[in-house]
Design a protein around this ligand. Structure first.
Ligand code: MG
Length: 241
């Protein structure tokens, strides 16, 4: 899985066209309008065709449980990639609206094709950008996607690992979380988000209550990973967290 890591971190695609081929594979093989079959087909591709940096089926169960627990109406995702986790969340929360931020236009197009095939395009919106772009993406969320004080029931963080903590801070600064909102973070062990993990440990019992789930990197059972599920204990606009 360490192939093309450098390229992956700049282009957010592996570089051999596997992401675009995934969309073709899904459209050809998964039953149209059947989200569960699309999820199954992406997992099949990740195991048998080309490794994908989706959250995958094992860690996906942790994500599904968090979505159900959050009783989510509005979910913010950071890092769409090919749309797999957005789709999983749409299935786990059948009435939720999901806004997923993706840095790369090419990935957004692939994800939109997959989500459309799965029949969830009316509830999943992909915004091309990044929260840390100086304001454009934050403004778009506020002005066009209904992000208001305390409106976000859950956030799933799965993008650039060094952006986890600064982007969580932006979410807090905007007051989007409410008491009891959940924030789920993938890949805290591999590739690793040590600052984020240290922050959650430092704030444990004060602003956050976190469960660290020991699991495995997607689509294999050897390399270990951590998924953090953190419940926000503050209210909107807590200045000092
Ligand atoms: Mg991930």
């Amino acid at each position: 899985m360490m192939f093309g890591m450098k390229r992956l971190m700049t282009e957010w695609q592996v570089g051999d066209g596997r992401e675009a081929r995934l969309a073709d594979y899904v459209v050809e093989r998964a039953r149209r309008g059947n989200a569960a079959d699309v999820i199954r087909t992406i997992d099949e591709y990740g195991y048998n065709e080309s490794f994908l940096i989706n959250v995958g089926d094992e860690k996906g169960l942790i994500l599904d449980a968090a979505v159900a627990r959050a009783n989510a109406g509005l979910i913010l995702e950071l890092g769409t990639y090919c749309g797999y986790s957005a789709l999983r969340m749409a299935v786990a929360a059948p009435t939720a609206r999901i806004v997923s931020i993706e840095f790369k236009q090419a990935n957004a197009q692939i994800a939109r094709r997959i989500l459309e095939h799965a029949g969830v395009s009316d509830r999943v919106t992909i915004v091309v950008g990044t929260l840390g772009d100086g304001g454009a993406t934050v403004q778009a969320l506020r002005n066009s996607h209904g992000f208001e004080t305390g409106s976000v029931d859950m956030a799933f963080i799965d993008h650039a690992k060094d952006a986890y903590l600064p982007d969580l801070q932006l979410i807090l600064d905007n007051g989007w979380l409410r008491h009891g909102s959940l924030v789920v973070a993938d890949n805290v062990k591999v590739p690793g988000a040590p600052e984020y993990q240290a922050y959650m440990r430092e704030k444990e019992g004060k602003f956050w209550h976190t469960v660290e789930h020991e699991t495995h990197v997607e689509y294999q059972s050897v390399i270990k990973d951590l998924v953090l599920v953190s419940e926000y204990l503050g209210g909107p606009r807590t200045a000092s967290n």
